[in-house]
Ligand binder design. Sequence first.
Ligand code: 9D3
Length: 248
Amino acid sequence: MNFDVISLFPAMFSSPIGESILGKALERGLISFEAHNLRDWATGRHQVTDDAPYGGGNGMLLKPEPVFAAVEEIRSRRPASKVVMLTPQGKRFDQREASELASCDGLIFLCGRYEGFDERIRQNLVDLEYSIGDYVLTGGELGAMVMIDAVSRLLPGVLGGRDSACADSFSDGLLEHPHYTRPAEFRGMSVPEILLSGDHGRIARWRREQQLERTLARRPDLLDSAPLSDEDRRFLDGLKQSGGASRL
Ligand code: 9D3
């Protein structure tokens, strides 16, 4: 998959995309990535990219001319890519959106700064508009990085087979159970005995119950859409009756 980003701060992307798993994916040719500086498409001696809003008001907006020029040039090189705009008003990005985007040939991210974009950009240039959550950032760059990370790890070969994307939290609609590694006792804190028992059936059931209890305590909204067995439902009913699932 090809990722292009258009930003006033293209240097922000180098570590998150260059290191670790995404860095390996780049080296292996599983993804490509290019950060473009919007200023390169701005004309005039000062290469201005922003201007004040018509009708008055606070803050500055990204001007249409450099954004149209940048998107049109990059899209001509990557005709199959979708143009994604990052704004606080966009559709909330979640794991389902990540899976859907993972089947695209390429994505061109348009990262805003200032108060946002001239509306003609949204209406004529953009295929998809996303927010990454209900908090205020200083621009779209971190949003684009979050999306590139979440989409890339779903692509074939990006994660090792051992740590594949289908076994993780949210794929079964629940939060994860707790994990432990050696030593079995650390500063008086011990690993739950069942995990040392070697009884894989009981361990699987314990882990499932931990997932259910933790999800009930922290994210009960997820239980509405998680696929649950009759046994899961009985366990949850028992928890709710005893007022359990508090400190998980
Ligand atoms: C005064 C109204 N503000 C909207 C809440 C203006 C404004 C604030 C921050 C406009 C743009 C921004 C910069 N944020 C993004 O570009 C952004 C963002 C975010 O702030 N939160 C979550 N997801 C995203 S994606 C892009």
